[in-house]
Write a protein that binds this ligand. Structure first.
Ligand code: ZN
Length: 326
């Protein structure tokens, strides 16, 4: 079976420093919902924090492995350098004022005709808010209720990622020949490719041969995951990419999705993740993110894991349910 074209981003995973600072920034400043509080399955002494829209749907999910003592990463080629969220065009001024109120310096640009605000999270990870003229994306997500971000101004899932590479052509070939993406345009050395989904369907590829390779640390994006509908389609991707010469892993059980991984030609780690079962696999929608969840194989070690995890108040500021009200 030839798999159908990739439908856009599923999730993005990055490294952070202090977990509390990370939770506070993404929930209280950006207004995302903590949709899963769990641990790194490969290193259960480290949290794995998932943020998204109210339901944590694919195309809105940003996840972090926070290490309190981590040194910062160094940006370079072979990595995703920035994550962009969509916002309604009418929300730009709200976010200018909000970032200013939180003392977060930001820049402004126009890219492919769209205005955007650029800034960094507390660990130096580059973020962008892109003002969209058409409200196509606003119907696709459900913003979490908060006290101080009106729904009309809330983040609306991923707009795009920016990938820095030494040379663009090999990565471009993967996107267009394998994933079924199309080149939308090129501007100032930035090539924009689009998939067919309605969230996070854009990948920007920028050749930065003057830079060295990136070095992972706090603020670095570890990998991006693309969506696939189910296990059958995922296995078709595994076969197809292997035949095309990519070193693809076996299927890994990530509890909320199944995953395969491979390196794209410039060295960045790509994942293909299944939409099911999703974050309601082990707790109801209204309770997402409120307590530490462990996969069945780590549950016997819960007491020990809770002892070694750093203290974290994941619902500081009241949490989504307490903040319901507008
Ligand atoms: Zn992943």
């Amino acid at each position: 079976m030839t798999p159908p074209p990739i439908q856009g981003l599923h999730h993005i995973t990055a490294f952070a420093g202090d977990p509390q600072r990370n939770v506070d920034f993404y929930t209280q400043v950006l207004g995302q919902r903590l949709v899963k509080l769990t641990v790194n399955f490969d290193d259960p002494g480290t949290y794995h924090l998932y943020y998204g829209d109210y339901a944590g749907q694919p195309g809105t999910i940003l996840t972090f492995f926070p290490w309190p003592m981590a040194r910062r990463g160094v940006r370079g080629t072979g990595e995703i350098s920035a994550v962009a969220y969509s916002i309604p065009h009418s929300a730009l001024n709200f976010w200018r004022e909000r970032l200013t109120a939180h003392q977060i310096p930001f820049g402004e640009e126009t890219r492919f005709g769209q205005p955007l605000l650029t800034f960094s999270d507390p660990d130096g990870m580059m973020l962008e808010l892109v003002g969209q003229e058409a409200d196509v994306d606003t119907a696709a997500t459900t913003p979490p209720p908060t006290n101080d971000i009106p729904t009309a101004y809330a983040l609306r899932g991923f707009h795009s990622v920016t990938l820095w590479v030494r040379t663009a052509e090999p990565t471009a070939a993967l996107l267009t020949n394998s994933f079924g993406y199309q080149l939308l345009g090129e501007e100032n050395g930035r090539r924009r490719y689009t998939g067919t989904g309605n969230l996070g369907q854009l990948v920007d590829v920028v050749a930065r041969p003057e830079l060295g390779r990136g070095s992972m640390g706090a603020g670095s994006i570890h990998h991006i995951a693309f969506r696939t509908a189910d296990d059958t389609e995922q296995l078709a991707w595994q076969t197809t990419l292997t035949q095309q010469g990519y070193g693809v892993t076996s299927v890994r059980d990530r509890q909320y999705f199944n995953s395969i991984y491979f390196r794209e030609p410039s060295g960045a780690l790509f994942e293909i993740a299944t939409d099911p079962p999703g974050f309601t696999a082990d707790e109801p929608l209204e309770n997402l993110g409120q307590e530490l969840k462990l996969p069945y194989w780590l549950e016997p070690n819960r007491a020990h894991i809770m002892q070694i995890l750093p203290p974290l108040d994941a619902q500081r500021g009241g949490g989504a349910e307490a903040q319901r009200g507008n």
